[in-house]
Design a protein around this ligand. Sequence first.
Ligand code: HEC
Length: 120
Amino acid sequence: MVIQEGHEFFNAFGGFHHVYANKKALVSLKKGTPFNKDSVLVFELFEPIEENHAITEGERKVIGVMVKDPKRYPETGGWGFEDFKKADPNQRSVSNMKEQCFSCHESQKANDYVYTRLHD
Ligand code: HEC
């Protein structure tokens, strides 16, 4: 997806993004069932470059990660959330998962707090 200026999430997530899932998460995405422990979802965001009537990927801005571990993260739907600026493991930016991440993802309760659906 490319989030453009004017979209409600532009400030936080403007740009070109991909969503990746590990095998455990993929099983639930396919079946539409709640996610098992150790499911991992990754959101990768790139600066968009608009040129010659095409949008391509520029610099990597951030990588967002969700890890399912209900015992460890009981207050955020069983998910742990972390952000890594420019995909640098030393540049974490989440100090409050509930406020910075879960506040939005909570709206997806019916889908185990995950926005993404698999394409048909
Ligand atoms: C402003 C609302 C909002 C906030 C705040 C937010 N997200 Fe998301 N997040 C979204 C939306 C919308 C998507 C779906 C994007 C898509 O459909 O491609 C998403 C997708 C994701 C995904 C892929 C799995 C899924 O749910 O689709 C991960 C991983 C993720 N976000 C991590 C985070 C992390 C980590 C934080 C906190 C730093 C965070 N998000 C904060 C709105 C938000």
